[in-house]
Design a binder for this molecule. Structure first.
Ligand SMILES: Cc1cc2nc3c(=O)[nH]c(=O)nc-3n(C[C@H](O)[C@H](O)[C@H](O)COP(=O)(O)OP(=O)(O)OC[C@H]3O[C@@H](n4cnc5c(N)ncnc54)[C@H](O)[C@@H]3O)c2cc1C
Length: 395
């Protein structure tokens, strides 16, 4: 008999949400679900990423844990530098309180981890899985501390960033990196009422010839934003070493002075690209989240998609089915089918946005201006676009 029914390798946000969802459904069987992560939880806190999560993702994970200081996004402003046309998406238009939330990666993982510990699953942090061998009964894994464990099913939730992963069927290198930083701005209270209203709870996405530039509010008083500035690799390196007082006027110009920026801190950079595994299931191994697909962050969809992978897999597995090899393969095939359309749609949408907005080709430039105008002028199209970003293909 195996030591565990399910071994989830990777306790990032997707692995934790999957482990907790299984544990809470399996009751007494919770301890037979193992969640293993290479990093101690304290090490995760220093991750410099801030994520925009759809409100549907927030609802999914809220019972487990959600950072109290997450900031709601009530409006999204999308525009292109030097071009007429913009899209304004509003929570009120969709009869919602918010379109999404901004959260620090480390705070999110920490809140989820705390919640997962109460579900009864077996959780080990600070130890990694270094190798795995599959047989017809299960998967044998060797851990970095020398232990050997077996599981009937191995879930690969090892995540990762573009460039650090192997064995993918679709790989597209956009030749871009993201420079992320905390951007400081004049608080709303120090601006006129009209100016403050213009940018209260607004997330900005600005397309520039070099790549997208986004500002996500991370303080309700308007004093802080998470900046994601995409550009060519050497350009990003150069920006990283440029003095802040030189970058600020450039950023204010690129953003059309929409945000009164006063400073930048905590800069870090990430490689960007598309990296997709066409099959999520291979024998007794299933890949979810970034282990299955890595997307450009242009549409802020990577983690939202990963949470839906976790939810769908948890719904297909149960302690009885996992003991029967035939029933297990049927459940995994059903899971693969459940996820196919949503993954294809979000991969295509993100890829189109990443490529279509980073080109100087005049035909493409006209096309994207028309696309922005179309979204702004056609409420039905705008609603469809916003709902796709919020729900994916799972309506
Ligand atoms: C700059 C940037 C901005 C982004 N913005 C957004 C956004 O706004 N919205 C959004 O939805 N997504 C965004 N993303 C994507 C998002 O960060 C990922 O989709 C998400 O982190 C994937 O979660 P995961 O749990 O699958 O993987 P990860 O977060 O990568 O976690 C994987 C975990 O597995 C562990 N691990 C790896 N190998 C092993 C091993 N062998 N043994 C044990 N443990 C292991 C790691 O320690 C890690 O904790 C952004 C990404 C970047 C780079």
């Amino acid at each position: 008999m195996s030591d565990f029914d399910v071994v989830i390798v990777g306790g990032g946000p997707v692995g934790i949400v999957l482990g907790a969802a299984l544990a809470s459904r399996w009751g007494d069987g919770a301890a037979r679900i193992a969640l293993i992560d290479a990093k101690p939880i304290e090490a995760v806190m220093s991750d410099p990423r801030t994520l925009a999560l759809a409100d549907t993702s927030r609802r999914q994970i809220q019972p487990l844990g959600f950072p109290a200081n997450a900031v709601p996004l009530k409006h999204i402003h999308v525009s292109e530098l030097g071009r007429f046309g913009r899209v304004w998406m509003s929570a009120a238009e969709l009869q919602r309180e918010s379109l999404g939330w901004t959260v620090r990666y480390g705070e999110l993982v920490s809140a989820l981890h705390k919640g997962a510990l109460t579900t009864g699953l077996t959780c080990w942090r600070g130890v990694s899985v270094v190798s795995a061998t599959e047989s017809s009964e299960g998967v044998r894994m060797t851990l970095s501390d020398g232990r050997e464990i077996t599981g009937r099913l191995r879930v690969d939730a090892e995540g990762g960033l573009f460039g650090g992963t192997q064995g993918r069927d679709t790989v597209r290198d956009y030749g871009q990196w993201a420079l992320v930083a905390t951007a400081h701005a004049t608080p709303l209270a120090q601006q006129s009422a009209a100016q403050a209203r213009e940018r209260e709870s607004v997330a900005y996405e600005r397309f520039t010839p070099e790549g997208p530039l986004a500002f996500l509010p991370t303080a309700a008083d308007g004093s802080r934003y998470a900046m994601v500035w995409c550009g060519a690799v050497d350009q990003t390196e150069q920006r990283k070493s440029t003095p802040v007082e030189v970058l600020l006027p450039q950023l204010n110009r690129l953003m059309g002075n929409r945000i009164p920026l006063t400073g930048l801190s905590d800069m870090a950079s990430f490689p960007l690209g598309l990296n997709v595994r066409s099959q999520m299931v291979s024998g007794r191994t299933v890949s979810v989240g970034n282990a299955a697909q890595i997307l450009h962050p242009v549409a802020g969809q990577g983690l939202n998609l990963g949470f839906r992978d976790a939810q769908a897999l948890a719904a297909r597995l149960d302690p009885v089915r996992i003991e029967d090899p035939v029933a297990l393969q049927e459940a995994l095939a059903a899971f693969e089918a459940d996820r196919a359309t949503d993954r294809k749609l979000l991969v295509a949408l993100t890829d189109t946005m990443a490529r279509g907005f980073a080109t100087a080709n005049p035909v493409m430039q006209t096309g994207r201006q028309l696309a922005l105008l179309g979204l702004e002028c056609l409420p039905g199209a705008r609603r469809f676009f916003a709902e796709t970003l919020m729900f994916g293909w799972v309506r």
